[in-house]
Design a binder for this molecule. Structure first.
Ligand SMILES: [Zn+2]
Ligand SMILES: [Zn+2]
Length: 606
């Protein structure tokens, strides 16, 4: 078997698998940093290592902690702040607060399926002596909250194993780990961990290592230059984010320092909505000349009460149609109750319907377990008459990919109900998990082109009282900023398109979670979005619990450029298995010949 490793000094080696594993060797014994994956063993054998005495992990992510069998007598050291995310992972997987209504993403679900026993936990300045080397721990949060860096002094040189703080000069592995709330929940915190990341990189720089070894990435021999390039690029990318961010409307104080920056879109004034509209919570309601009501979204039982009040006051007769803008909990939490109270036709876009009719199949931000019945699924551009209004439905991948838009024409106005997709300050793309794709004909580019073409007189956001519109100049400013973002974010990642680093769900399991019985066959689809301009090959393999004694064959597919592909697995469940309850099934992925380790997971519930 071919091996891939390099020697950094007399005693220090790095195995280059799907991650870099540090190998401190002293004769036939070794200390490993971030061992992961099945190819490591060949390197260890080639180096004559028979005794792995100690293992150190920089952070809890499964794609750098799983897949290398650890012998029982090895010591295992982890960051103290993340110790439970190694040793008690079942508390994460079994807690509904980490499954539904997801507004916080720390710790991350990229976590071991099974716990490991930890022997040592490290905080700032911890010292570790091992053979010819002295190690020192630096707490370096950013990529995760508890990430640490191991400084190694050996053979007269200093090396830093810095986890996933930096991938290469001016690059990071991905951005969704940096989603973090500052004064808000993680949900609104796009790149919210960048200050932490910056401080951590400065701390590493001050320790003056000659060489930086990232977990994912390229060994860096000029740490200063590599860090400077990253900080400069991140600042530029963040500025291009703030320039047209809708959050400037919701949290102006968070963005005060950016006010008046060149290229930042000025915030528009709103206008009062037409008198035949009502707004409660996240719900917009249209009243026709015949006093019928058309309702959009139902996030809380309070909305139901307010609609009943309108009926009691004689303002409306009955609710005759119901439109769901998107799957977020504050828009669908009370739809089952709404549907019982107001028997009427429920209509939504086909992409939204997938999630709200079967939420258990998805793991997405703000997801609700409430199941919505959908009577009519719309395709992009479907149109119908409701009383004096002409309705036209669109797939509208704005605030989330799983989102629709509705044009309502009548009574002399053209109203566009954009769900949560715009405010007067710009676009609502603050959560990587929502899948805000960059590029032509996808994401907000697609939404803005539609607005440009439809020219609504009023745009409505579910959370904002006034209506608003955008001038041609403002639309152009947003389109230009998105085009610039596509370039500058692409430069930030070791991928040929920014979306790989920003779209947390470019590979996903469907269903994410499923109930299954012993002796049955589980169907699992691994969906892959090829964000490249060329065909790409993806290889996947679900990893079942060892005790099941089943190995699922590796399967492969080739996906045309800029489309979704998938691989289907049929997984026979044994008649008898010991551990039942919620079983985490990691999926090992290789994409475009790049192994990614146990990159995604599905949940089987018995
Ligand atoms: Zn990581
Ligand atoms: Zn929303």
């Amino acid at each position: 078997m071919e091996t891939h490793f390099s020697q950094l000094s007399q005693h220090l080696y790095v195995h280059h698998g799907h991650v870099n594993t540090g190998i401190l060797r002293d004769g036939n014994r070794a200390l490993l940093i971030d061992p992961s994956g099945t190819t490591l063993q060949a390197t260890l054998s080639e180096l004559g290592i028979t005794n792995v005495e100690q293992i150190l992990f920089t952070h809890h992510h499964r794609d750098s902690t799983a897949g290398f069998p650890i012998s029982n007598n090895a010591r295992i050291g982890v960051p103290a702040k993340e110790a439970t995310w190694f040793s008690e992972v079942e508390t994460f997987w079994n807690d509904p607060k980490y499954r539904w209504h997801l507004y916080n993403y720390h710790p991350h679900n990229l976590m071991l399926a099974d716990a490991v026993s930890v022997t040592d936990t490290y905080t700032e300045d911890a010292q570790i002596q091992w053979g010819p080397a002295s190690l020192q721990v630096l707490e370096t949060p950013g990529h995760t909250d508890g990430s640490i860096t191991y400084l190694i002094d050996v053979d007269g040189e200093r090396f830093a194993f810095s986890g996933d703080l930096i991938y290469d000069e001016g690059k990071v592995w991905e951005l969704y780990s940096l989603q973090k709330g500052q004064q808000t929940s993680d949900y609104h915190g796009f790149l919210g961990a960048r200050d932490e990341l910056t401080e951590s990189l400065e701390k590493v720089r001050q320790a003056s290592p000659a060489t930086l070894i990232p977990t994912h990435g390229i060994v860096m021999n000029n740490p200063d230059k590599a860090i400077d390039a990253l900080l400069e690029r991140l600042a530029y990318c963040y500025d291009k984010y703030v320039a047209i961010s809708a959050l400037r409307h919701y949290f102006p104080q968070l963005f005060a320092e950016f006010e008046g920056h060149p290229g930042h879109m000025p915030i528009r004034e709103g206008t009062p909505p037409p008198e035949f509209l009502r707004h409660f919570g996240t719900t917009w309601l249209i009243i026709s000349e015949t006093n019928e009501a058309f309702v959009m979204d139902c996030g809380s039982p309070n909305v139901i009460k307010q609609i009943q009040q309108l009926q009691a006051d004689g303002e409306i007769s009955e609710v005759t149609q119901f439109w769901v803008t998107h799957y977020h909990d504050d828009h669908v939490n009370a739809t089952p109750e709404f549907q019982e109270t107001f028997p009427c036709e429920t209509i939504t876009d086909r992409v939204v319907a997938r999630v709200i009719t079967e939420p258990i199949g998805f793991r997405l931000p703000c997801i609700s377990p409430a199941v919505t019945r959908v009577d009519r699924i719309t395709q992009d551009g479907d149109t119908w008459q409701w009383n004096e209004f002409t309705m036209t439905a669109y797939h509208f991948p704005g605030q989330t990919y799983y989102h629709g838009g509705l044009l309502v024409e009548g009574r002399g106005v053209r109203m566009f109900f954009a769900g949560d997709s715009f405010t007067m300050a710009g676009i609502d793309d603050y959560c990587s998990g929502n899948r805000n794709l960059l590029g032509k004909d996808v994401g907000y580019e697609k939404c803005l082109r539609l607005i440009q073409q439809l020219r609504p007189t009023h745009i409505f956001n579910c959370h904002v009282n006034p209506a608003f519109d955008f001038t041609d100049t403002e639309i152009q400013c947003m389109l230009d900023t998105l085009a610039e973002r596509e370039k500058c974010y692409t430069a930030l990642f070791p991928w040929d398109h920014a979306n790989y680093g920003m779209d947390e769900h470019w590979i996903r399991c469907y269903p994410y979670e499923q109930e299954i019985g012993l002796g049955e066959t589980a169907q699992l689809r691994v969906e892959i979005t090829n964000h490249s301009f060329e065909p790409r090959t993806a290889i996947a393999q679900p990893i079942l619990p060892v005790s099941w004694g089943i190995e699922v064959p590796v399967m492969e597919t080739t996906i045309p450029p800029r489309t979704d592909g998938h691989i289907d697995f049929s997984i026979p469940i044994p008649q008898h298995c010991e551990a039942l309850g919620r079983i985490v099934v990691p999926v090992d992925i290789t994409y475009d010949a790049r192994p990614l380790g146990q990159f995604r997971e599905a949940i089987f519930v018995f």
